[in-house]
Each structure stands twice: as structure tokens, then as C-alpha cells.
Design a protein around this ligand. Structure first.
Ligand code: CAO
Length: 415
């Protein structure tokens, strides 16, 4: 039995943030019923297509293990069916633009009237306040949540990151809110509203940068490279390039082949506990006791010199050789892996983190499986549904509708 078996999720999500959340719940065993507009569906089915007329990878990779029902929730018959689905389900998840569900006639008050046990979970771009009515996409959230202003190189433009912390990051937060509300419901017997704003989720993931903002009032941030370079700090947490962000200085360093391979780099952390091992590996044994280098605090103003010497060594090795040499010595390093290398990594296949999926229209494709591993509830990845693939099945199994009722609903354009 899967951990969330028996939990029915009414999935009104689209694009990325909401679908990541419901995909996680589906992997844990919930029955996720994805409601889509008849003939249209989630807009991502047709976005960034690599094969004509076939659901895009954008859609397939965010909607595994779900069932798809088409339903026009603005038509009278569609509203009636939707009301019955709310009665039958435990959780409803949505990430429409602010106000869309109210305009449809299914705001939180109405949902509670229909089903007081319902947990109603929403993603919005911003929480209550001046921007509450705004539509928001990934990069807007990264910018408004403090990520962009603290990402990139000093003196250069703010940068967004490839990690989808606004969308998938918020989906993760929302999923935790939902299972927490389900746990609460087992005792209280009532549902509740779960809300995650993308700005808040990004800020939560950037909390170390808010930490640094406050530290700035008490002096320069000595672990930032700019400290050793004698560059004054301004009023706000600056962009720190590839500095580690933690108490153990680290950087991205060139490895053998960097001139032609854009990913021939390693991350290298000068963890204080293994400083002597680092000195031996890079051929600087005299730095172990040298007053300029022996203690972490001595090294902070000299990080360029320290990492320069380490890079002289890493440039003589491939990124995998650096890993092989440093790992047994407990020196924390990590190769910069390209997406191509990740797709070819056998160990990620073995753990189910990278999975091969068969799809009836596109053939085989690769996806990312559930990164959260439960020992008693392993996740199997099942291909995403075609648009409306389970409409009849859901209307019959979940709502007990007869063939004649389904035919009538179709004639009325409700499904
Ligand atoms: N039947 C009938 N109508 C439906 C329907 C259905 N099954 N499903 C959706 N609709 C309607 C909605 O009711 C809405 O209609 P109205 O505007 O007339 O009320 C309309 O379809 C479109 O909804 P939308 O405004 O949410 O979609 P959009 O493409 O214009 O905006 C987005 C997309 C993402 C910017 C917006 O939904 C948003 O800001 N969401 C919240 C933040 C968020 O999740 N952002 C992440 C996006 S990437 O993950």
C-alpha cells in the first residue's frame, strides 16, 4: 500500500508550480484527478513541443501518475459535475491567476459549504498585499523573492538560476502544506486552506542571503571574495559569484580540459577540518602551519591566493579525478555535471531518480523520478495521461454516472 493511497486529489493545476505539487502526491499514491478544459487542456501540452501534435516533454515530465478528466467548469452541467467531484475528493489544488476560481463560482466559502473536510491548496505569485492580484511566472518570483539580486557576479547584472525555485520550489512547499493539513484533519475532522506564495517560497530558499543582509550592519562579510579583494560592501547583500554562501569557503575551479569543455570544472570547498589534507594534495605542505594560512580566519583575506593555488592543481586533473583523489581524504568537492552527463549516469538510473518512460504517442523519454524515497512506499513513475484519457472512467468510478448521463454531459459540452 502506498503512503497516500485512498486520498483523492482534485487537480486544477496547470503549467509548472501546481503540477509539481500534485505529481509528488501522486507518486506517494494519491489518486490525482487532473481537470482540464475540453479540447484545450493544460497549456503546456502544446508548449515547447519537440514532436508535432504530441504532448510536450514540458507537460509529460510534470504530470506523471495522474488521471485526466476534461470538464468545462464554466458550463452549468460542468459546474454540477465539478460540485460532485468536490464532494468526493479530499484535496483540491489550484494555481490559477488570482480570482479565477471565484469567477468560476468556487471560492473557498463555497468549497467549504460543499465539503467541510476539503483541503483547498493554492499557489499564487504573491501573498496578500500590493501585488496580490498579479500573475506571476518563475523568473518574476526569483526576482521578487531575493534570488536574482544575490545571484551572479559582483558588478554584473542580476541572474536567474536554472533551478526552478519559484515554480517547483513552491510546489514542494505546497505539497508539505497539504500533507500537514491532511494529518491535522485526521484529528480535527475538518479541512483548511493552504496557501503558498511564490515570492515567499523563493525567499525561504534564500534565507541565508537575508542572514547576510543583517550581518552587513555589523561589518563586512569576510567569507565573500570581495572582502579579500578590498572591495567595499554596499547597503544590500551583494552578488557573490560562486562563493559558497556558508561558513566554509568554496569556489568553482577549472579542471583539465576546461579550454574546450564548458563543464570541465569542479566545486571545491576548503573545509577547515581537512585543511591539512588540502595542503598536502595541492603540494603546499608549508601552508599547514604558516601564520597566513593555518587558521580559517587567516585565510579569509587571501582566498584568491588560496583558490589560485588549488586551481593550479585541479587544472592538472579531470573533474572526476579531483573527486576520486579528494573523496578518500574527506575533502568536499563535486564535479560540474552537464545534463548530458546526468542522463548517462547509471547510478541515478538505479535509484529511480532518472527514469525511462514509455509513452504511446512520443515513444520513450527520460524523466526525473521522485527524489523523496520512502522505504515502505516506493514510487513508480507512470506516464502522463493523454487529454481526457480517463474522463469516462472517472465519471463512472468516482461519481457513479451512467453511460446515458455521460453521453448527455458530452452533448451539453460539459466534458
Ligand atoms: N473549464 C473552464 N474554464 C477553465 C478551466 C476549465 N476546466 N480551467 C481553467 N479555466 C479558465 C479559468 O477559469 C480562467 O478564466 P477567467 O480568466 O475567465 O477567470 C482561465 O481559464 C485561465 O486561467 P489563468 O488566468 O490562471 O491562466 P493564464 O494562462 O492567463 O495565466 C498564470 C497563467 C500562470 C500566469 C496564472 O495562472 C497565475 O498567475 N497563476 C498563479 C501563479 C502561478 O502558479 N504561477 C506559476 C506559473 S508556472 O508554474
Amino acid at each position: 500500500m502506498k503512503a497516500l493511497e485512498g486520498v483523492k486529489i482534485l487537480d486544477m493545476t496547470h503549467v509548472q508550480s501546481g503540477p509539481t505539487c500534485t505529481q509528488l502526491l501522486a507518486w506517494f499514491g494519491a489518486d490525482v484527478i487532473k481537470v482540464e478544459r475540453p479540447g484545450v487542456g493544460d497549456a503546456t501540452r502544446g508548449q515547447l513541443r519537440d514532436i508535432p501534435d504530441v504532448d510536450s516533454l514540458y507537460f509529460t515530465m510534470l504530470n506523471h501518475n495522474k488521471r485526466s478528466v476534461t470538464l468545462n467548469t464554466k458550463a452549468d452541467k460542468g459546474k454540477e459535475i465539478f460540485t460532485r467531484l468536490i464532494e468526493e475528493c479530499d484535496v483540491m489544488v489550484e494555481n490559477f491567476a488570482p480570482g479565477a476560481l471565484d469567477r468560476m463560482g468556487f471560492g473557498w466559502d463555497r468549497i467549504q459549504e460543499i465539503n467541510p473536510r476539503m483541503i483547498f491548496a493554492s499557489v499564487k505569485g504573491f501573498g496578500p498585499g500590493p501585488y496580490a492580484d498579479c500573475k506571476v511566472y518563475e523568473n518574476v518570483a526569483q526576482c521578487a523573492g531575493g534570488s536574482a539580486s544575490t545571484t551572479g557576479h559582483l558588478g554584473d547584472v542580476p541572474l536567474v538560476t536554472g533551478a526552478q525555485i519559484g515554480d517547483s520550489g513552491t510546489g514542494l512547499h505546497l505539497a508539505l502544506g497539504i500533507v500537514t493539513a491532511l494529518y491535522h484533519r485526521t484529528e480535527s475532522g475538518v479541512g483548511q486552506r493552504v496557501e503558498c506564495a511564490m515570492q515567499d517560497s523563493v525567499l525561504n530558499l534564500c534565507r541565508v542571503k537575508l542572514r547576510d543582509q543583517q550581518r552587513l550592519q555589523h561589518g563586512p562579510l569576510e567569507e565573500y571574495s570581495q572582502f579579500g579583494e578590498g572591495i567595499a560592501f554596499g547597503e544590500a547583500t551583494p552578488r557573490a559569484g560562486n562563493d559558497s554562501g556558508g561558513g566554509q569557503p568554496g569556489r568553482i575551479l577549472k579542471c583539465r580540459g576546461w579550454e574546450t569543455d564548458p563543464d570541465a570544472y569542479t566545486y571545491f570547498i576548503t573545509q577547515a577540518a581537512v585543511w591539512k589534507n588540502i595542503c598536502d594534495v595541492i603540494g603546499k605542505p608549508e601552508w599547514k602551519e604558516h601564520p597566513d594560512f593555518a587558521k580559517p580566519v587567516d585565510r579569509l583575506p587571501r582566498l584568491n591566493q588560496v583558490f589560485g593555488a588549488i586551481e593550479d592543481w585541479t587544472m592538472t586533473k579531470t573533474k572526476f579525478e579531483v573527486m576520486a583523489i579528494c573523496n578518500p581524504l574527506n575533502i568536499p568537492v563535486g564535479p560540474i555535471l552537464s545534463m548530458k552527463e546526468i542522463t548517462e549516469d547509471e547510478s541515478l538510473r538505479k535509484t529511480g531518480t532518472v527514469v525511462d518512460v514509455a509513452h504511446p504517442e512520443r515513444g520513450n523519454y527520460l524523466t526525473v523520478g521522485n527524489p523523496i524515497k520512502l522505504s515502505a512506499s516506493p514510487s513508480d513513475v507512470v506516464r502522463s495521461p493523454l487529454l481526457g484519457e480517463h474522463t469516462d472512467e472517472i465519471l463512472k468510478d468516482v461519481l457513479g454516472m451512467s453511460d446515458a448521463e455521460i453521453t448527455q454531459a458530452k452533448e451539453l459540452g460539459a466534458v
